[in-house]
Design a protein around this ligand. Sequence first.
Ligand SMILES: NC(=O)c1ccc[n+]([C@@H]2O[C@H](COP(=O)([O-])OP(=O)(O)OC[C@H]3O[C@@H](n4cnc5c(N)ncnc54)[C@H](O)[C@@H]3O)[C@@H](O)[C@H]2O)c1
Length: 429
Amino acid sequence: MNVLILGIDGYIGWSLAMHLAKRGHNVSGIDDFERRKNVESVGSTSAIPILDMEERISSFKQIHEKDISFYEGNLLDYDFLQQVVRETKPDSIVHLAEQPSAPFSMIDREHAIYTQHNNIEGTLNVLYAMKEYVPDCHLVKLGTMGEYGTPNVDIPEGFFEIEFRGRKDTLPFPRQPGSLYHLSKVHDSGNVHFACRMWRLRSTDIMQGVVYGTRTAEMVDDSLMTRFDFDEWFGTVINRYCAEAVIGHPLTPYGSGGQKRGFIDLIDSVQCIRIAVENPPSRGEYRVFNQLDEIYSVSELAQYVVQVGKKLRLDVKIQPISNPRIEKEDHYYKVDREHLRNLGFRPTRRITETVEIMLTDLIKYRDRIMERSEVILPRTTWARGTGERMAEPRIWTKATALPQHSHTAAADASSYPHPTSSFATSSES
Ligand SMILES: NC(=O)c1ccc[n+]([C@@H]2O[C@H](COP(=O)([O-])OP(=O)(O)OC[C@H]3O[C@@H](n4cnc5c(N)ncnc54)[C@H](O)[C@@H]3O)[C@@H](O)[C@H]2O)c1
């Protein structure tokens, strides 16, 4: 199949490109390196070094003997996008090219507008390019479980049957997201559904849980690794815990730690997207997959990292900090996830195995994380809905770091700045 990956330089995009190419698909990709620029703008970098796109592709070709084509450009540039679509004639477009961080979208008005503009307009351009040039193509669109929020009822896969005042219908399940980034995804879902109903496009809208992990089967060499972010904006919760664990910082769950989310290993995320690509819906069909493996609370995750850390002789402690995100910390969370399983998805490994691989990979890059350690603790707050910066951010710096393996829980509590007012929370992206 001809597969065009939008966002091929990203965490999932690069991993997916290699997976699909190895599987025999003809893979092309678009990216304009927004992610690299945004991470740099907040003073951070990928803990795992990554090559530039040309070097990545040439190393992949050398090692795996497969080609990947790359087009540098922005989805907001419609002329560029339509030219690539016409040239590559995709059977499937996997759309990952969005600003994926909730805290980044909540920094201030500019970041919120940037996020919604980039994501919503980019997706609209993709829908128009499909309508005009490849109406039979299948759009695999990456949404997020965060679109649903945390309702006090089970979460179905996109739609539910409802009876209201004596009449019945099957309707989109209500969305109540917790950030302006997540709202951009809700808007995308509405636009994609609309395009399927009005223009008979076909799409799989994937409500994905938080993705974690450093490796897929194709990453057999350092030159093929994907990015790994650990800052408050782009590092998801397991990433930040793992980064903290390797530099001897206590793990910092936000608030009481009872926030539950769906999680999926990177190796399974690319497996699921491949399954969606290889099993397209019919013309005019809009289907929703909830793409997650297990559900954990953020404190359970911290416990797993402590447990695996012990095995690797890391002395890992937990030090919760205040939660500035406006979110439920103790709530019901049950999610349907049968569609992908019915198409053959089986999880590859347990979370503790993956955390062990992550910690082992990161230990090699401890110095890179140490150098930027001030980006781990959160400074962006959801407070009063303004996303304002804290007046005096209490950031953990190298100067306050404890030597590795030597701290105790009591030392943790007294030696690390402990936020007393609003601090930002876990970054699902
Ligand atoms: N990583 C997760 O935990 C997670 C969870 C749920 C959903 N998702 C969704 O999956 C998708 C991929 O996530 P990721 O973690 O790989 O993110 P990522 O930021 O690493 O990848 C996105 C890529 O798209 C590119 N991009 C963004 N806007 C662009 C534009 N306008 N034009 C061209 N390129 C552009 C970026 O440069 C980046 O390389 C995102 O849509 C995200 O919202 C991710």
